[in-house]
Ligand binder design. Sequence first.
Ligand code: G6P
Ligand code: MG
Length: 216
Amino acid sequence: MKKGFAFDLDGVITDTAKFHYVAWKELADSIGITIDLQFNEQLKGISRMDSLERILAYGGKENDYTAEQKEEMAADKNANYVKLLDDLSPADLLPGVKAFLDAAKEMNVPCSLASASKNAPFILKKLGVYDYFDAIVDPATLKKGKPDPEIFVRAAELIHIDPSEAVGFEDAQAGIEGIKGAGMYAVGVEGNEPLTEADMTIKSFEELNVSDLLNL
Ligand code: G6P
Ligand code: MG
């Protein structure tokens, strides 16, 4: 029996990955590094600063900038990213997500958010689903990012259940590893790239039923 859900945000609840990509590409271009969509897959689920470090390493520039300059670059990227979110609205929820959250609410199933994004509360509000979450993990309080299980362990703790009683939803390989490492049941939301290690993969939440998941 499962008792609660832990959701990733980007790529699970809404497709903000495309905006992260546009903003990172602009930043990378400005320092002479070319990234493509395939490389972008590696940035999914990865924190802002770790994403920047991966881009710099990809371009062979990992030793070219001071910590202060990196902070500035990450802030610039975020400012651009937030601008791209300006028009985000409930229409940007991925298919089936709203109905799934409604059903979970109806059945009093606690939901928590396990996203590495510091913009998560702002994004949930723009999507009109902030109130559906009983808890939101603050990524600034974590010691390690995904694939470490810490964020999912915390997500379960915040809704007062054991990780083994939770179902986690992720679109990133690093996130699936985090869910499995925490001891949760992992549902992979597949985009273009196949996910390995997930207990179940779906293309969209339209394929899911809350009761079936609780009975796992
Ligand atoms: C999510 C996304 C990553 C992003 C990270 C941090 O995990 O999948 O691509 O880098 O959040 O997001 P933030 O909004 O804090 O820059
Ligand atoms: Mg994601």
